[in-house]
Write a protein that binds this ligand. Structure first.
Ligand code: OFO
Length: 181
């Protein structure tokens, strides 16, 4: 059975992960409207990834006999001055999420909840990547400044990103086997 405090904190984290998806969807809409197709695609892949982050917490609560309670999502920012401003906001948001994951680690330790440890370690590692990937784009955009060709090259590079569903989550979305199959 999942401890009550963990169930509540993980439900709250589902909200943060879905808010991440919502923020990145808003950024995708901004990039797509501004003609930055690659950045729009990168953000749309990030949206998918954030939803799977929420679903990792969801799966954990359900598997341990808990009840997921959903919270309202905050309205995301709709517009940015430049691609750099959007990616800076994304990097800052990832730092916020890292702090939330660190709080969850402390809570799981205080509750002596060893079952949450593996899940949270996955998120600790993931946040290193999340911060690194957004910060890398910020650095690249800063390097090229307002140079149009440079921005377009970054846009092309980011457009190569695709979303791949992690195999350990595939069961959440797979069709149930037909009876007698
Ligand atoms: Fe869920 O890692 Fe980004 O926000």
């Amino acid at each position: 059975m999942v401890p009550k405090k963990i169930e509540e904190a993980f439900s709250e984290q589902i909200k943060h992960e879905l808010e991440s998806a919502y923020i990145y969807l808003s950024m995708a809409a901004y990039f797509d409207a501004e003609g930055f197709e690659g950045m729009g695609r990168w953000m749309r892949a990030q949206v998918q990834e954030e939803v799977t982050h929420a679903m990792r917490f969801y799966k954990h609560i359900i598997e341990r006999g808990g009840h997921v309670k959903l919270h309202p999502l905050a309205m995301p920012q709709q517009d940015w001055q430049l691609p750099l401003a959007a990616f800076e906001a994304a990097y800052k948001h990832e730092q916020f999420i890292t702090a939330k994951i660190d709080d969850l680690v402390k809570l799981a330790q205080a509750e002596g909840d060893h079952a949450s440890r593996t899940l949270l370690q996955w998120f600790v590692d993931e946040q290193v990547e999340e911060e690194a990937s957004t910060s890398k784009v910020v650095q690249e955009l800063k390097l090229v400044g307002n140079e149009g060709r440079g921005i377009l090259m970054i846009d092309r590079e980011l457009g190569a990103r695709t979303f791949v569903l992690a195999p350990d989550l595939a069961a959440l979305y797979a069709q149930p086997a037909a009876a007698g199959a």
